[in-house]
Design a protein around this ligand. Structure first.
Ligand SMILES: *[C@@H]1O[C@H](CO)[C@@H](O)[C@H](O)[C@H]1NC(C)=O
Ligand SMILES: *[C@@H]1O[C@H](CO)[C@@H](O)[C@H](O)[C@H]1NC(C)=O
Ligand SMILES: *[C@@H]1O[C@H](CO)[C@@H](O)[C@H](O)[C@H]1NC(C)=O
Ligand SMILES: *[C@@H]1O[C@H](CO)[C@@H](O)[C@H](O)[C@H]1NC(C)=O
Length: 403
């Protein structure tokens, strides 16, 4: 337990302090005033009160680097836990862990996103399925990089749920920023909807960037009489986005001028499916080998469900300002970004990272990097795919000029 100021020595962009209970919150504030009074004329650092909306008062604040950049590395579709009864299953996970360790050491991100399908839940056992979370977060714990997760259709199965994965991650990963939505938000088996503030400086009251995470559900309900779970972001999330952005505007001022945003959701919004036939491999580079709408895709198994994520998509694109991109996983053979014209927002696939999960010749394994060049809410981002062996491709600048 630590209530003290916590400085991170390695420049990972993680600065701040940790407080564990309201009593200490009060003590901490009193101490700040005392310290400010004592530090007086030589103290150059502006000390401010905490952001009143900060959902993480006990965790280090996530900040841009001193040079104004901020780097996110996205691991998607890790698919741990396949066929534990065969040698190749556990071997895949050993390989995925090797990949994670290598990438983390070489990329040195400020934040990591695990973009869904962490686990192949249909192969797991009731009594120990969340132990796979321990394996997945071990490389992140080791290098002390803050991170959070979205969850996918394979994370909801008879022996595992999104909620169980989230609770386990919160228990075993001190730098997990994954949260659950308030009761009533997210729909059946879709609790993993939340946002994470990123500050320019550790003492800022107003964040410069909000990372949004949405639960696109899917898979199967837990237990013996398991039934399919809807595979799109529930309509209740639309009202929650409006409510949260209203609170943010009241506390921090208008979003247009103060903060940027980036969103992560495992299954692509339905509107993205219509973009695939018009892709241009020069303008929208990256592997395009996986046809959207096949297999477990949102709302396509039952035509009457098509477009049921429209309330979510409408609210996201209406209320979240300076939304740089929406980033999904799910389709292992796709890496491209595209501008979706009905809402004029950029969408990007992540990159299949895990040795588990379906694949095909030449797809390989890698990650997506996303680098903010500055904390300015309207500056563009640079993003590219990095393969396990270090090869990079599909580099794009995600800004107003992008396609
Ligand atoms: C693990 O990685 C090695 C080296 O890339 C590869 O040869 C092997 O087939 C992989 N094993 C599995 C089970 O994926
Ligand atoms: C779930 O776990 C139970 C108990 O470990 C096991 O018998 C069963 O095969 C597992 N898988 C499914 C799909 O129920
Ligand atoms: C869970 O238990 C099963 C059955 O004993 C075993 O094969 C599997 O390796 C265990 N998985 C984990 C992640 O501990
Ligand atoms: C594809 O995009 C490139 C670069 O923007 C452009 O020069 C080319 O004309 C486009 N091709 C087609 C078929 O639209």
């Amino acid at each position: 337990m630590s209530q003290s100021t916590m400085q991170h020595p390695s420049g990972h962009g993680m600065r701040g302090y940790s407080r564990d209970m309201p009593y200490f919150t009060a003590m901490f504030v009193i101490c700040i005033y005392a310290a400010a009074a004592l530090a007086a004329p030589t103290g150059s650092r502006q000390i401010t009160l905490d952001d009143p909306l900060n959902p993480y008062p006990t965790k280090p604040r996530i900040t841009f680097r001193g040079d104004g950049t901020f780097k996110i590395t996205v691991f998607a579709d890790l698919h741990y836990g396949e066929n534990p009864w065969d040698a190749w299953g556990p071997e895949q996970d050993v390989n995925s862990t090797i990949l994670m360790k290598l990438v983390l050491a070489e990329e040195q991100p400020d934040y990591v996103v695990l973009n869904g399908d962490l686990i192949t839940g249909e192969n797991t056992f009731k009594q120990n399925s969340t132990r796979l979370i321990d394996e997945i977060v071990a490389p992140l714990n080791e290098v002390r990089i803050p991170f959070s997760s979205t969850h996918g259709n394979h994370d909801n199965e008879p022996n595992i749920t999104h909620l169980e994965e989230i609770r386990r991650e919160q228990l075993v990963a001190p730098l997990s920023y994954t949260r659950t939505a308030p009761p009533g938000i997210g729909g059946e088996e879709g609790p993993g909807t939340y946002w994470v503030p990123v500050y320019e400086h550790e003492t800022d009251v107003v964040p410069a960037l909000i990372l949004w995470f949405f639960d696109s559900r899917g898979g199967y309900s837990p237990g013996k009489n398991s039934t399919p779970v809807p595979d799109w972001v529930d309509e209740s999330v639309a009202g929650w986005i409006e409510q949260q952005t209203t609170l943010m505007d009241a506390a921090w001022g208008p979003a247009d001028t103060t903060r940027g945003a980036l969103a992560f959701v495992h299954i692509p919004p339905h509107a993205i499916q219509a973009m695939q036939p018009g892709l241009n491999s020069t303008r929208d580079p990256g592997l395009n080998a996986d046809l959207l709408g096949q297999g477990s895709t949102q709302a396509t198994t039952d035509p009457s469900n098509i477009g049921k994520d429209q309330p979510f998509y409408d609210a996201l694109t209406k209320y979240v300002k300076n939304l740089h991109a929406v980033v999904s996983g799910h389709d292992h053979g796709d890496e491209w970004c595209v501008r979706e014209p009905t809402k004029n927002i950029i969408f990007c696939f992540s990159k299949h990272s895990g040795y588990g999960g379906y694949s095909d010749a030449g797809w390989g394994h890698g990650i997506r990097n996303i680098v903010f060049s500055s904390p300015s809410p309207t500056d563009g981002l640079e993003s590219w795919i990095r393969m396990e062996d270090g090869e990079t491709h599909a580099r794009v600048i995600l800004d107003a000029d992008y396609n």
